[in-house]
Structures are given as C-alpha cells and as structure tokens.
Design a protein around this ligand. Structure first.
Ligand SMILES: [Zn+2]
Length: 369
C-alpha cells in the first residue's frame, strides 16, 4: 500500500500549478488583539492565490481583532483573515523582487497574512519556496561554508519544506520559523552565497520511492550519524548511521557542567548516582538512570536539560564534588545530513550530490520543477 500512496503524493506536487507548488506558508508569530504590518505600496486582499489586491493608500496597516472578525485601519473586513502585499520594487533592484514587508518584528518577502487565531492573531508569511530557502540557508548554515556544502543544505532544506507541506496540505501553515522546524529569520539572513546555492539547485528534491524524504539535518554528529529511529523515532531506510569526517574537528567536542539542582529539575525527585543505563548502536545515551530508580530516555533527558547545555547524546559523564561533568561530541540529534561533515567533505572535493547520497543513502535526486 505504501507505494501507491507515495506515488500519489508526488502526483499531487507535480500536478499542482507552479504557483501552488512553489509557495510556502510559514507561521511567523502570534500576537494579542492588534498587529502592525508595513511596507511601501501596501495593498490588501483575501487570503487566496487568486485574490485581487486593493491599495491601502498608506504604508502602514493596523490590524485589530473584533470578535471573530478583523479591522484594518479602523475598517471592518470580510472574513477572518486578510493578506498584505508590498507593491513597489526596491530602487534599482530586479522589478520581480518586491520590497519586503515588516510585521511581527520580522522583515519578509512575499505576502503576510493576519488571521484570527485562538484568542488573538497569527501572522503567516506566504512566500515562494526558493526565496524562503535563500533566507533559511543563512539561518541554518554559516554562509562561509563551501558552495557544495551550501548546495547540499539547500536541497535538504527544500526537501524538508516540501515534505512538511505535503504533510500539512490544506492547513493554514506548513511550518513554524523556529529551530523546531527550520530556523527562518526573514530577509535579514539572505546572502549572495545562499542565493547562489539555492539558484544552482532550483527545484531539486531528494526522493525515496517517489516521495520527498524526511530530510532531517543537524550541526555536527561527532563522527558517526545516528539512525532516524534512535534520534527521532523515525525508522526510515535512508536515515541510517554513516561515518562522518566531522569527528576529527576540534569544534565538534564539547563539555558541560550540570549541578545536582539542574539534574533534579530535569529528572525529578532528588537524584543521586546518575549514570548512562543504555546506549544506541552509535554509543549515544539512549537511557539515563539514578540509583533511586528514576529513569528517562536520552532524547527526553536532552530536551529537559536544554539543547544548548547538552549539545548531543554522544557523551561520557563523571561525578564531581558539585555535580556532574559531561564530555561529548557533536551538536544536534545526529540524524541525516551533518553540516560540519558536509563542510569537511566539500573541502575534500566532494560535490553536493555525493554529499547527499552519503547522508541519505538510497535516495534519488529529482528535478521537481
Ligand atoms: Zn558529522
């Protein structure tokens, strides 16, 4: 049964009009009862691809919630959402690149939708996929990385976004803008190097059995990537442990000191005698326990202690007079593409296609548009 379903997912993408295919809807932020949207030549319309946009005659719109409806600059609008668009190109710029809109503390390309959401308002950025990727790339990977590493990341981010779009098909938005999905910082994170990597791989998507893959990625695996099952409970044939050159980089080593109080907050109770009670096939901590019998799985423990404190689950731990000293390798969940590994491979002369095949074995690169 899996094959026909996967095939139809791809049919859905390929048979969609280009505009629908290439458009992403990203949840930017939530607000209380009022939000401001600004930009040159501001116009507004209904939240559809076919809507007609009416100039507002001002570069600023104050949107207020009135019950289940919305008011724009004091005028009630039909429906429970409104979409804004900037109307002027930047002076001297490519006319197709409209000036960005500012809303919710971000500057973004494309349109901004304000909609009634829960008790307040929600802002959604409706943006062409390729422009979204140019911004994501600058937030997710250092722009100084070699071009082949940036291209590999561009394909992974495009694939990840399309897969999430398929999963959320018909919803108001497909992705958030935080580290929980892909970090998206709007136009501030664009750079000529990210634009070039996105343009060079335009429309290229990684597929497995004709469907876009779940293209997870992380900063650094520490020497060997983790299986999708162990890292994210995603048992997928293309997310299997792979050897990685990032383990040789001093930057992939880390240490952390955790006090008894922090451990208590993370594990609950009053833990003592903390130890690693289970390890995955790549020797990452799959379970931690205390001598009182408290126990927790590795990913949850990392979440409770904080992703920046416990950079990975590939660690050793020692008891000290004040708490515990962790020594580890890598940064992130470890599944899929390793960014520092991609950099090392690109520095060694690998191209982005080989880098992608290394971290997502058995997948195929397809030109979707
Ligand atoms: Zn690595």
């Amino acid at each position: 049964m899996l094959r026909p379903v996967a095939f139809c997912l791809l049919c859905l993408l390929v048979s969609s009009p280009a505009s629908a295919l290439e458009t992403m809807r990203i949840a930017m932020s939530e607000a209380g009862g009022e939000v401001q949207v600004s930009g040159p030549g501001l116009s507004s319309g209904a939240d559809t691809e076919e809507a007609t946009f009416q100039p507002l005659g001002t570069r600023q719109a104050i949107v207020r919630r009135r019950g289940k409806k919305l008011e724009v600059n004091g005028v009630l609008v039909a429906g429970s959402s409104v979409r804004f668009r900037s109307g002027e190109a930047a002076p001297g710029a490519d006319a197709s690149r409209e000036k960005p809109l500012r809303a919710g503390g971000m500057e973004v390309r494309g349109d901004v939708v304000v909609r009634v959401y829960r008790e307040g308002l929600q802002l959604i950025n409706v943006i062409p996929l390729e422009e979204y990727l140019a911004a994501v790339l600058g937030s997710e990977m250092p722009v100084s990385f070699p071009p082949e590493a940036l291209k590999a990341q561009a394909v992974a981010a495009r694939t990840y976004a399309l897969q999430k779009k398929l999963e959320a098909y018909g919803s108001s938005f497909y992705l958030g803008s935080s580290v929980l999905h892909q970090v998206y910082g709007g136009v501030n994170r664009e750079d000529p190097r990210t634009l070039a990597a996105v343009e060079a791989t335009r429309g290229e998507v990684l597929t497995y059995e004709l469907a876009p893959i779940e293209a997870y990625f992380h900063a650094s695996c520490g020497g060997r990537t983790e299986s999708g099952l162990a890292a994210l409970q995603r048992d997928l044939p293309y997310l299997q442990p792979a050897e990685c050159p990032c383990g040789r980089l001093p930057a992939s080593r880390w240490t952390a000191t955790v006090s008894r109080a922090e451990l208590q907050t993370a594990l609950g109770g009053s833990p003592s005698g903390f130890r690693i009670s289970g390890r995955t096939g790549t020797r990452r901590a799959s379970r931690v326990s205390t001598s009182e019998g408290l126990s927790m799985d590795g990913p949850r423990f990392r979440q409770r202690l904080g992703y920046t404190k416990l950079k990975s689950l590939d660690f050793e731990v020692e008891e000290t007079p004040h708490g515990y000293h962790f020594t580890g390798r890598g940064y992130g969940h470890g599944a899929g593409l390793c960014q520092w590994g991609a950099k090392a491979l690109a520095d060694g002369g690998w191209n982005y296609r080989d880098i992608l095949s290394h971290y997502y074995p058995g997948t195929e690169l397809q030109q979707l548009y």
